[in-house]
Design a protein around this ligand. Structure first.
Ligand SMILES: [Zn+2]
Ligand SMILES: [Zn+2]
Length: 720
């Protein structure tokens, strides 16, 4: 065979090596096709990223083992996005490429588009019940089938379903199993109407409309309750009329519920969702319908940005400031920034929406890199809530609540209103300590204190999930009574039940709501009866609860003394978002912030200024202190069972940065130095010049070889 009869294809193989690998193929394979290749002794699935006929190929190249798809599944723009991500976030290209497929398709198996159906047989219909007398569970299931005739496995979960019982009935030929092609069984009725836009909303909408068909970043900066969602729903409708696709990103699964309902009731089956709590089958189904363009709107969390959208016409990033858009492990990508690059590749507009934009986006709008669309009017009658500081000094405090705070809560409840209390610590007692010797139950895997949870009666680590059964003796000295301090959400809930026995109390934090659907939980407050909601930051996000008139922030000081320079930005966002919970609907609201330092300038400003003024002030600080968005930074983190190895490796890397325009800080231990028995250290490289920073790091990485595999290096570009 002549050399020219071969193609050389570059394959992104999911291994921790930065480059792609060359293989030979007799046939031409288009980029975006999955192939099976041998890699060392393993057989792996990779994605073709380019192919060419090279007559002078190296003789020792291996051939592709097999081609898995009849045609390419990713388009050219996807391949470009993969290369950009790999370059920008310094992540092996094969590790990035696999994210563009749903989990089932990263392995060879592709879940068939079929559904199992169980059906009552004729024998089953007339089978004598006496014969099943000894197996009441089989009889119960048979009776179910006699009523329903058919069922899916999912449907059977409503009765006490047991796969063994089902198998028994199939063996007795009372029930048969068959497979049918999956059809969309739910038809959504398009019932929700579009509301008329007010002048501000109309202006924003017109501005989006003008940029359809070209790349443009819009910052939709709208106060809570100003109708941001309604505004972008209108532009989504226009994009769909042009037969294009829309990608909508949301920070958390809990938030997709109401938006999903709203999108589906307007656009019906054109909407699919994509997030990690869907089954693999559902993710594959969503992926395929978007990739083939049979579905037009994809609503999902951060990784949904990797779904191939051949006809993309618009991207919306809701709550663009939310830190959940940043992944904290390799690839440490920002879904918002990736979305902006994707919009550029597709030559379409992108809308970043928030009531509290990130300083990065706020600054870009100031510099006119982004179009700024402001919504300053609240759609409903209610005015901006009043903010008030509660001085905790010298006050009696019950489970974190000052007596005057309790009085305010009581007033609202008796007036028939709802109250939300925000506490950023979950569990019962955040601090458990021996008062004789100072010992605390620490997590053996991480260097943090464990939190006492009353519901499970355990001490548990919030970093690795490690838990120990309750004990009350000190493990170091003879003291047999540990002391409990602080009030987490659990304890707060308990005390509130004692103080307000006549009102329902609903606690919402990740201990409760991660398993349950947030929308189900929020059905109770939506009924409008007076009650108290206690929650962590989950509650601060975009929920419309019209009957809340008072919001209490228990610990207004938590960010003031933080090591994280973003803490003040986050506190401002949180307070603005939480205030947005109060006084929606037609009621006006009040926000109480409890503090021990009411004269602290950051808190005073929060009370007196708009979010915009706060952001302006913070930008000045950031500029003076050489911080983002004026300076760019990249963290290099080493992980190892030995902290000496962590440090040595980083010292080596540090010495390789030679440019005087790059500051390198560290090595120093990460904020939590030890997690799950692994030590973590980091250096941080900073520069005003982003390109220079990236180029230097690329050079460092090319020359840097980790000796042995004792140390793992990860890179966090634009860390949060
Ligand atoms: Zn002790
Ligand atoms: Zn731990």
């Amino acid at each position: 065979m002549k050399d020219s009869e071969y193609n050389v294809v570059e394959v992104a193989v999911p291994v921790p090596v930065r480059s792609s690998f060359s293989y030979l193929s007799k046939n031409q394979i288009l980029p975006g096709t999955r192939v099976k290749v041998s890699f060392g002794s393993r057989s792996l699935i990779g994605v073709v990223i380019s192919s060419s006929t090279k007559p002078n190929f190296q003789k020792d190249l291996k051939s592709i083992d097999s081609v898995l798809d009849d045609k390419e599944l990713l388009n050219k723009k996807d391949i470009e996005l993969i290369s950009w991500l790999s370059n920008y976030y310094k992540t092996p290209i094969g590790e990035v490429a696999k994210l563009f497929f749903p989990p089932s398709m990263r392995k060879e198996i592709e879940i068939p588009d079929e559904q199992e159906i169980f059906e009552l047989t004729q024998k089953g219909e007339f089978y004598s019940e006496d014969l099943l007398k000894k197996s009441p569970k089989q009889l119960e299931m048979l009776s179910y089938f006699r009523k329903e005739k058919t069922a899916t496995r999912h449907g059977l979960k409503s009765i006490s379903y047991d796969s063994r019982i089902l198998r028994e009935l199939i063996k007795k030929e009372l029930i048969s199993k068959k497979k049918i092609k999956y059809k969309e069984e739910i038809q959504y009725e398009t019932t929700e109407n579009f509301l008329e836009l007010n002048n501000e909303q109309k202006a924003a909408y017109e501005s989006f409309k003008e940029s359809l068909g070209s790349f443009n970043v819009h910052l939709l900066f709208g106060v809570t309750g100003s109708g941001k969602t309604e505004t972008y729903m209108h532009i989504v409708r226009d994009v769909l009329e042009n037969h294009k696709q829309v990608a909508v990103l949301v920070p958390e699964i809990g938030l997709t519920g109401s938006l999903e309902k709203s999108l589906k009731s307007r656009f019906g089956n054109k909407v699919v969702t994509m997030h990690s709590s869907l089954s693999n089958k559902d993710r594959q189904r969503s992926w395929k319908s978007i990739q083939s363009s049979s579905a037009k709107i994809i609503l999902g969390t951060r990784s949904s940005i990797f779904t191939s959208t051949p006809d993309l016409g618009l991207i919306i990033v809701d709550e663009e400031h939310d830190s959940s858009y940043k992944q904290n492990e390799m690839p440490c990508y920002s879904a918002r920034d990736t979305a902006i690059y994707k919009a550029k590749l597709h030559d379409c507009p992108i809308v970043l929406a928030s009531a509290t934009p990130s300083l990065e986006s706020f600054n870009n709008a100031k510099l006119k890199k982004y179009a700024l669309n402001k919504l300053e009017e609240r759609v409903s009658e209610a005015s901006k809530p009043k903010l008030e500081l509660i001085d905790l000094r010298g006050k009696e405090i019950i489970s974190g609540l000052a007596t005057n705070t309790i009085a305010e809560i009581k007033k609202e409840l008796t007036n028939g209103n709802q109250v939300m209390i925000f506490q950023n610590r979950r569990g019962y007692s955040p601090v458990v300590v021996c008062e004789s010797c100072g010992w605390s139950p620490n997590c053996p895997n991480c260097d943090v204190r464990m939190v006492y949870h009353k519901q499970t009666n355990k001490y548990s680590c919030h970093h690795c999930g490690y838990a120990e059964n309750y004990f009350q003796e000190c493990k170091v000295c003879p003291n047999n009574e540990l002391s409990f301090y602080g009030a987490g959400t659990e304890k707060l809930e308990e005390s509130l039940r004692t103080i307000f026995p006549d009102f329902p109390i609903l606690r919402i934090d990740s201990d409760i709501s991660y398993k349950k659907d947030l929308n189900t939980l929020l059905a109770q407050p939506l009924k409008g009866d007076p009650m108290i909601l206690v929650g962590t930051q989950i509650l601060a996000k975009g929920h419309h609860l019209p009957d809340i008139t008072l919001v209490v922030i228990l610990d207004g000081d938590f960010s003031l003394y933080s090591l994280d320079f973003r803490a003040t930005e986050r506190m401002n966002q949180l307070i603005t978002q939480v205030s947005g919970r109060s006084g929606r609907g037609n009621k006006s609201g009040k926000v109480l912030i409890q503090t021990f330092v009411p004269e602290h300038p950051s808190l005073e400003k929060v009370v007196d200024s708009s979010y915009e003024t706060l952001a302006e002030n913070l930008l000045q600080d950031r500029n003076q202190n050489k911080l983002p968005p004026f300076y760019h930074s990249i963290n290099l983190i080493t992980e190892s069972t030995s902290y000496i190895s962590c440090k040595e490796e980083l010292n080596k890397i540090r010495s390789m940065f030679v440019n005087p325009h790059i500051d390198v800080i560290g090595p120093q231990p990460c904020i939590i130095e030890k997690r799950k028995n692994i030590f973590r250290w980091q250096i941080s490289a900073k520069s005003k010049n982003r390109t220079l920073l990236h180029n230097s790091l690329n050079r460092v990485l090319e020359n840097h070889k980790i000796i042995g595999n004792k140390v793992r290096l990860s890179i966090d570009v634009d860390p949060l």
